[in-house]
Structure formats: structure tokens, C-alpha cells
Design a protein around this ligand. Structure first.
Ligand code: MN
Length: 747
């Protein structure tokens, strides 16, 4: 480290030395002297080449590669080559160091990993979406090459997320969006459970900071109570387990903030109603041949003390998840009538659950991991299909990451893993493209079912085919797997290509009989006249007899050029009228864009209906100026990650003379006067205008949907707090009322 003293302070140098020592200590795998030497050399090279650089936070740049290497060593338990590559991951990209330098000093393997990292470094950071999808293919292909490239990339992102505070707000949103959209699912796929949860929590901290802080605070307040409960729950089990000779650890661990928030949203419940804020884990010391029997024995002991919830048993030991996760899950009725989730697993399973594929390698030395291979094969199939559109691919990929899985069987009893919601048709395509394309139906558990039949775990499926069958448009309405969808789409494209050729021939004959030369100019003129955007669409329409070709007679030949008939063009309808209405210049002074720009045309996004006070951002659209979305809009992460360059920072001004439509959903105990009570509070007491109100009652509980005009979030909060205090009211939640564009006419 000699020679850095000119730019680094003494304290900084001390911090660097400490971080380096900490890295060596944290490497859980024992390192040989040779490996230690390599790590030292990598550190020196990174130190030297980054010496003039500092991070946004002001600290010396070298602290970043050191931290990434630390994650790789400690949290992923990767090997020495990975630690070396992590230390060097930004050198080729940002400094004068070349790949040759790295190969000469650290060998071919490290060179390949650093090369992979450099090549994919731009993957998520490009200005155009289809380029991004293309880069994403490269990323996944490199996965096939060496999965360590992706693991180090995830470690890099994790450290950047941990230090995101020093970035400007716009960048924070973009980076947090990408993390949620791509990195967290990738980490999940690779079985890095802890890292996935941390990435999701960190992303939420920036995109939904208020909710994040609120839940974190509540979790903290409940900490003592939770610990008391956990030890009360554990006491009898621990005693019995040790009596029966089990060596085990019993751990109680709170769920992540983002998973609690997901549950609150999915189930429409409040924080205190989320019953499984934590899970109890029983981690057994067991031998490979006894582990399954031991886990079930422990299950039996626990359910002697606490009654299990019948539909909440999950056996991931007999059938591990696709990412390699193994565990036995059950939910039991604990003390004080509280449901508690219990996860039973062995040390080996625990390590795989926490650290993912790295741990797999350790246990399966020399053998291939079939789950990863399987997944990679699927990804490769999709990428190698030249017909599949790069953007479709991205969507399909996302679908593949997020859906949960079902396990079904072939007639011979082979297991197939498909995403939840997959149909008989998906199964057919999973068997073989040819089987899928000629599928006419299936027998599920020996009963005849249509192609669209949704499969369930445990189903056994026999596919029925016919040589006369071929894919049609309708199939896309129920095929859900990436493989089936891309195969159907390419078959359909093939089909329309044929149809277009037929159409072109028909047109050629018509042109000939009218004595028009068939050249690109004339084809374009004619397709424009009939209102088709491309000649391809025009040919298809001609073949399908959707075009009245007798109109061609009205064309005239001008030289050898076709001339349009002079008549009013009714098909060129201006589409502005509807769109313009939404842009409301009257409210332009309510928002400030970027640093200080006012009076830009903007509209409120209909997907999330922001109201003043909401955390918002602007999104530059092609036709409608800036669209304003809430940062927690369901579409936000996708926009932020794929169109980051079109995001503008946006905040509300003080102007509050307008009202915005928003919906509130109320549940409570059914009661005769409920509508009067609600309207009296809303309109008489709080003077808020109601646009619509509907109340549905069932089994003594009612659900009311009320659409009101409010000025901002503060008023909305006041309203919901007032309603919550009302006797018999159970929940009050905001929802997005449809068509709620801003209105001027409400005082
Ligand atoms: Mn980096």
C-alpha cells in the first residue's frame, strides 16, 4: 500500500488496512498460502489502480471492491478466485489495467470472471429498452459460462444498495427499481435467501420510505414482546428434543420488512393483523441418511405440543424447490392463540437456504447441480429461439422468476416443474415443441380436459395430439410459460408470413388487371390509402379479404406512379381530442419538475392516481408530456429500471386549490345505518365531497367502496383516521379509483 499517503489521510489508510484484514478473517473457507498471496496481490493492484478515485460518499474508492470481496467471502462463501475477481471487478472497466495484466498475474480463470463482469457492466444501464433486453441475454449466457460472474455482480449491487444514501434522489429511484426488478429475483433464483430479502428491503427503503420506516419502527417496538413469546414457545419443545437425543438450535427470526408489507397488501390487513411476523427455525445436527426421518420426528414432537393448521404443511424435503431450497414448513397454534410458522431443517439444508448455490457446490463436490442446469437449459432454449422478440423475452423471463411453481407428472411418473397457473398446453410444450404444436387436449388424472385447463400440483397429464392441429392466436390467452409462448408466437409469425405472401400474389393480379406496376412506391401508396401501417399488414388484410380491392379502380396512373383518389380521408382520424383533455394546463403550478421547472404539460397516471402529498416522480412520455406516478405505483419499478433516463424528479408545490378523486375501501360490522353514518362524517363533518358510494354486506361484515374528492394526502389521512375511530369499523384502506383525473370544478 505504499505511496498512497499523498491523497489518503492517516485515518483513511487505517480504515483500508482494517477492511483488508477483516476480509482475510471473514473468508470462511480455509485459504492456502498461495491463495492468500493472490488475494494480497489483487488487493495491491486494485489499490494502485483506483488510487486517485473516490466514491460519491467521499471515501477512497478501494473501500468498495474490499466490501464486495467481503460479501463474496463471508455471505456467499465463494472461493479464492472469486475473492480475487471481486477485488478486481472494477479495474478493467474504470482504470488502465487490462485483461492481459490480469491473466499474467492471476491466471485464466480470474481473467474470465473479470471479463464477464466487465462485459455485463452496462447491462442495466443503457438508454434503450431493446438494447437492454439484448444485454440481458448476454448476461444470462454468461451465467452459463460461470455463475460466479452473476454472484459477484449481485454482491456488487448489494454493496451499492447499502451505500445508496450518497446518491441523488433520481439515481436512488432508478437503482432501487432495477434492484427490485432484476437483482432480487436473480438472487432468489440462485437461492441466496438472505441477500434477496436484504435487497428487497433496501429497495423498499428508497421507493416507499414512509411505509418502510413505519414498519421498521413497529417491529422494533414489538421486539421485547416477540422475544418473550419465542422463548415461551420454545421452552417445552427444547426440553423434549434434548430428552429424545436431538442436537439442534432453535432460532426465532423476524420476517423482512418487505415481506411483511407484501402480506399487508395481498391480504389487505393492518400491521398488527399479520400473524407471522417471525418464523421459528429448528436446525438439526443430523447425518445424510437420517435427515428426512429426523425432520419428520421433530415435526411430530412439535405437533404434540401445538396444533398444526391443516392446510399449512409444506414438504420441501421430498420435493425441493427449483432453487435448491429444502425444509419442512408448518404453521401451528402457539401460546395465547397465536399462529406461528415453524421451519424444520438440518444444518446442511440451512446452509443451502441461507447461502444458495455456493453451499450446493460444497455439498455436491464434482457433481452438476441439476436444478441450476435445468434452469439454464430453459433460459438457453428461449434465447436461442431467433423468432422470440427480445422484449417478450424480458417479460417471459420475469414471469419465470416470479411465479411460484407446481409439480406435475408425466404418465410414466417423471416430475415436471411448471409455474403456478400453467395449463395443459404449457405442459405439452414443456414435453416437446412438436407435442405442444399438435396438442388438441389432455387427460388429467384420466379425465379429458381442454388445452386451457389449469394444472395443479400432483396432477398426472397425458397429452392428446393430432397431425391436423396447429397453433392459433387464442392459445396465447392461456399459455403462461415462456417456452410455450415464444414457440406459439413464432409459429403464428410463420403462419402470417405465408398469408402475407398469398395476399401479395392476389394484389399483384389486381394491379396487373388495372395496369399498375407493382413497385414499392405503389404498394406503399395503396396501403396508406386503405389505412395500414406496413405493407405486411396490408398483404395479410388482402389475403383475409378485409380490403375492398374494387376501390383500386379509382386510383390513377401518373407517369408510372400511382396517384391517390381525391376524396376526403375519413380514416385519418386525429387522436388528439381524448388525450388532450387529460392534460390540464390549469394545474400546472401544482408540481415542480427536476430542479425548478414549472408549467410543463403533465398528466396524472391513471394506474396509481397520485394526489398532492404522495411521493411522486415524472415520467416523460412520447405523446402526453410528463406523466406523474406515485413512487409505489405497481408499474414504477419497471419504468424506473428500464426507462431510467426518462424519469424526472418531481415534487408538489403548496398550491392546493384543486380536488383529486381517490377511493377508500372500508370494512366493518354490518349495521343498518352504516351509509348514513359514513356520509354524515364525510360530507357534513369533514366537508369532503363524495362522488360515489357502494356498500356490500355479507355474513355480518360489510365492505364499502367510497370515491371522494380530496385536496391532498393530509386530508385523506385525516379522513381515514376519523373513520377508523368509528365504532364497528375494522379496516380503512386507500385504493385507486378508476378514471379519477383531476377536476377543477369542485370547491
Ligand atoms: Mn462495483
Amino acid at each position: 500500500m505504499a505511496g498512497k499517503k499523498k491523497i489518503n489521510t492517516e485515518d483513511e489508510n487505517q480504515a483500508i488496512v482494517n477492511a483488508y484484514r477483516n476480509l482475510l478473517r471473514s473468508a470462511r473457507r480455509s485459504l492456502s498460502t498461495g491463495e492468500k498471496k493472490q488475494i494480497r496481490a489483487a488487493f495491491n493492484l486494485a489499490m494502485e489502480s483506483h488510487k486517485d478515485m473516490r466514491r460519491k460518499s467521499g471515501e477512497p474508492y478501494i473501500m468498495h471492491p474490499l466490501a464486495v470481496a467481503h460479501i463474496v467471502a463471508k455471505e456467499m462463501e465463494l472461493d479464492a478466485n472469486s475473492i480475487v475477481a471481486a477485488l478486481l471487478h472494477d479495474t478493467v472497466e474504470d482504470t488502465d489495467v487490462t485483461l492481459e495484466d490480469i491473466r499474467d498475474e492471476f491466471g485464466h480463470k480470474v481473467e474470465r470472471i473479470v471479463d464477464g463482469l466487465t462485459k455485463i457492466s452496462g447491462v442495466f444501464d443503457v438508454s434503450n429498452q431493446s438494447e437492454q433486453a439484448e444485454n440481458f441475454r448476454k448476461l444470462l449466457l454468461s451465467l452459463a459460462d460461470d455463475v460466479r460472474v452473476i454472484l459477484i455482480k449481485i454482491a456488487d449491487r448489494l454493496h451499492n444498495m447499502r451505500t445508496l444514501d450518497s446518491m441523488p434522489r433520481k439515481k436512488q429511484l432508478k437503482i432501487a427499481g432495477e434492484t427490485d426488478f432484476l437483482y432480487a429475483p436473480l438472487a432468489h433464483r440462485l437461492g441466496l435467501y438472505n441477500i434477496k430479502s436484504e435487497l428487497e428491503d433496501l429497495s423498499m427503503k428508497y421507493t416507499e420510505s414512509d411505509i418502510y420506516k413505519d414498519i421498521a419502527k413497529k417491529l422494533d417496538q414489538k421486539k421485547k414482546e416477540r422475544q418473550r413469546f419465542i422463548s415461551e414457545f420454545n421452552r417445552p419443545i427444547k426440553a423434549r428434543l434434548s430428552n429424545e437425543g436431538f442436537k439442534c438450535k432453535v432460532l426465532g427470526r423476524p420476517k423482512s420488512i418487505s415481506s411483511i408489507w407484501n402480506k399487508m397488501q395481498n391480504k389487505q390487513v393492518e400491521f398488527h393483523e399479520v400473524y407471522d411476523l417471525f418464523a421459528i427455525r429448528i436446525v438439526l445436527d443430523s447425518s445424510p441418511e437420517r435427515e428426512k426421518a429426523d425432520c419428520w420426528a421433530v415435526y411430530s414432537i412439535i405437533t404434540d405440543f401445538y396444533k398444526p393448521k391443516p392446510d399449512r404443511l409444506r414438504d420441501w424435503i421430498s420435493t425441493p424447490k427449483a432453487n435448491g431450497y429444502e425444509s419442512l414448513h408448518t404453521t401451528v397454534m402457539g401460546p395465547h392463540g397465536k399462529w406461528v410458522e415453524v421451519q424444520i431443517r438440518t444444518d446442511r439444508m440451512h446452509e443451502i437456504a441461507e447461502k444458495g448455490f455456493a453451499a450446493h457446490w460444497k455439498y455436491k463436490e464434482g457433481s452438476n447441480d441439476s436444478a441450476l442446469d435445468n434452469w439454464l437449459q430453459k433460459m438457453r432454449d428461449m434465447m436461442q429461439n431467433p423468432e422470440s422478440d427480445a422484449l417478450d423475452f424480458l417479460d417471459d423471463f420475469k414471469l419465470n422468476l416470479f411465479t411460484k411453481e407446481i409439480y406435475v407428472f408425466t404418465p410414466k411418473g417423471d416430475l415436471r416443474i411448471l409455474p403456478l397457473g400453467a395449463t395443459a398446453l404449457d405442459f405439452a410444450f414443456d414435453i416437446h415443441t412438436h407435442v405442444g404444436s399438435s396438442c388438441i387436449g389432455a387427460k388429467v388424472n384420466h379425465k379429458l380436459v381442454p388445452l386451457s385447463y389449469p394444472l395443479e400440483t400432483g396432477d398426472q397429464i397425458e397429452v392428446l395430439t393430432s397431425t391436423k392441429q396447429k397453433p392459433n392466436d387464442d392459445w396465447l390467452n392461456f399459455a403462461v410459460t415462456g417456452k410455450a409462448r415464444s414457440k406459439i408466437k413464432s409459429a403464428l409469425k410463420e403462419e402470417t408470413k405465408k398469408v402475407a405472401t398469398d395476399g401479395k400474389e392476389i394484389l399483384a393480379r389486381k394491379f396487373k388487371s388495372n395496369k399498375f406496376p407493382l413497385n414499392p412506391y405503389n404498394i406503399e401508396e395503396a396501403s396508406n390509402h386503405f389505412g395500414y401501417k406496413t405493407s405486411h399488414d396490408f398483404f395479410v388484410a388482402v389475403a383475409q379479404k378485409q380490403v375492398d380491392l374494387s376501390q383500386l379502380k379509382k386510383f390513377s396512373l401518373n407517369g408510372d406512379k400511382l396517384e391517390k383518389p381525391a376524396k376526403p380521408k375519413k380514416e385519418k382520424k386525429k387522436r388528439t381530442s381524448k388525450k388532450q383533455k387529460v392534460i390540464n394546463p390549469g394545474i400546472s403550478d401544482m408540481l415542480v419538475f427536476d430542479e425548478n421547472t414549472k408549467n410543463i404539460a403533465y398528466v396524472m397516471a391513471q394506474c396509481c392516481n397520485p394526489i398532492p402529498g404522495d411521493d411522486v416522480f415524472g415520467f416523460i412520455t412520447i405523446n402526453e408530456g410528463i406523466k406523474v406516478h406515485r413512487t409505489n405505483c405497481p408499474n414504477a419499478t419497471k419504468m424506473m429500471s428500464t426507462y431510467g433516463y426518462r424519469i424526472v424528479k418531481t415534487r408538489w408545490t403548496q398550491a392546493r386549490e384543486l380536488s383529486f378523486l381517490t377511493g377508500i375501501r372500508i370494512t366493518g360490522l354490518d349495521d343498518v345505518g352504516v351509509i348514513q353514518k359514513l356520509t354524515r362524517i364525510i360530507s357534513d363533518e369533514l366537508k369532503i365531497n363524495i362522488r360515489s358510494i357502494s356498500v356490500d354486506g355479507k355474513d355480518g361484515i360489510f365492505e364499502g367502496n367510497i370515491v371522494v374528492f380530496v385536496n391532498d394526502t393530509a386530508q385523506l389521512e385525516k379522513l381515514s383516521n376519523r373513520l377508523k375511530r368509528l365504532k364497528g369499523i375494522l379496516t380503512v384502506n386507500r385504493y385507486d379509483a378508476e378514471g379519477s383525473e383531476p377536476k377543477n370544478n369542485v370547491a
